[in-house]
Ligand binder design. Structure first.
Ligand code: FAD
Length: 303
């Protein structure tokens, strides 16, 4: 069996694996795809000490760093079940079972997409999901935020200080964001909020976004909005469906952890975007991967 088995090969999983392996204990990583969301990222400008890099390049260095150690990396395998026996067991979708004395869950999350024409084509070319990451790319330009929940309104307020103006499109007839955020957004002169608006298409010139189409759900009329950026803020979904009924999750499905990265199941730790800790970023998930590995090591030396 492994001493530490990491499920997930994004920045949180890679960092956990390196920290665990450096303790000289048998460490494994099992992941569907090494690199996680970083593989889908174009420019990265907030990975501290690296002013600019690109997703696949950062993933290659992550992989190289992991390979410096004796870590068994298994990719293209999906974890399907977590069980606690004498050891902790991770059952894979393929039917195989991996056993370990401790497990670190780092399965990340995925942004909910609009599923409209143009969204995929212009992903990273104006269609963005992370205001902290990509906001500065739209300095002085016009942008739209899709979604009027807390993350959408927060994004609008955040972007309003950087861009020319922000239009928020909300599908429902009310905003789900907290009152204090809505009041703040309404007080800013360069934010416009449109309710009952259904985004129907991302418009581009072949290279980048030039606007979007939305339907006014009251009148059925279609309108065009000229924007250079579209921030999709309709939810970040944790990859934790397979853990339901095994661990304590929040109502949004995020794994609840303590300050040592420990979950509600003894010997099982978690890190990164799949956990309930706020602010989903590369640098934050790497930090939490380190915490979870040190937490797991602490657990191992006590048991
Ligand atoms: P992930 O990166 O999501 O990795 C999850 C890992 O788990 C993957 O290896 C996946 O294959 C695996 N996995 C999932 N489910 C299973 C399963 N059941 N069994 C086995 N393996 C599984 N952050 C920044 O700091 N700066 C940026 O500029 C930036 N830009 C971004 C741009 C885009 C388009 C996106 C989508 C995100 C961006 N982020 C950025 C956010 C950042 O990518 C995430 O915060 C970070 O990748 C989270 O790391 P993680 O290891 O927790 O999860």
């Amino acid at each position: 069996p492994y001493e530490v088995l990491v499920v997930g090969g994004g920045p949180a999983g890679a960092s956990a694996a390196i920290y665990a392996a450096r303790k000289g204990i048998r460490t494994g990583v099992v992941a569907e795809r090494f690199g996680g969301q970083v593989m889908d990222t174009v420019g990265i400008e907030n990975f501290i000490s690296v002013p600019y890099t690109e997703g696949p390049k950062l993933v290659a260095s992550l992989e190289q760093h992991v390979k410096e150690y004796e870590v068994e990396v298994i990719t293209e395998q999906s974890a399907a079940k977590l069980k606690k026996g004498e050891l902790i067991e991770v059952e894979l979708a393929s039917g195989a079972t991996l056993k370990s004395r401790s497990v670190i869950l780092a399965t990340g999350a995925r942004w909910r997409e609009m599923n409209v024409p143009g969204e995929q084509e212009y992903r990273g070319k104006g269609v963005a999901y992370c205001p902290h990451c990509d906001g500065p790319l739209f300095k002085g330009k016009r942008v739209a935020v899709i979604g009027g929940g807390n993350s959408g309104i927060e994004a609008a307020i955040d972007l309003a200080g950087l861009v020319k103006d922000v239009t928020v499109l909300e599908f429902a007839d009310t905003l789900r964001a907290d009152d204090v955020l809505v009041k703040k957004a309404e007080s800013l002169p360069n934010i416009t909020i449109i309710k009952q608006a259904m985004t129907t298409e991302v418009l581009g010139d072949g290279n980048k976004v030039i606007g979007l189409k939305y339907k006014d759900r009251r009148t059925d009329e279609t309108h065009v909005l000229d924007v250079a950026g579209i921030f999709v803020q309709i939810g970040l979904v944790p990859n934790s469906e397979w853990l339901k009924d095994t661990l304590e999750l929040t109502e949004r499905g995020e794994i609840v952890i303590d300050g040592h990265g420990a979950t509600s199941m003894p010997g099982v730790f978690a890190a990164g975007d799949v956990t309930h800790t706020p602010y989903k970023q590369i640098i934050i998930s790497m930090g939490s991967g380190a915490t979870a590995a040190l937490g797991a090591f602490d657990h191992l030396i006590r048991n």
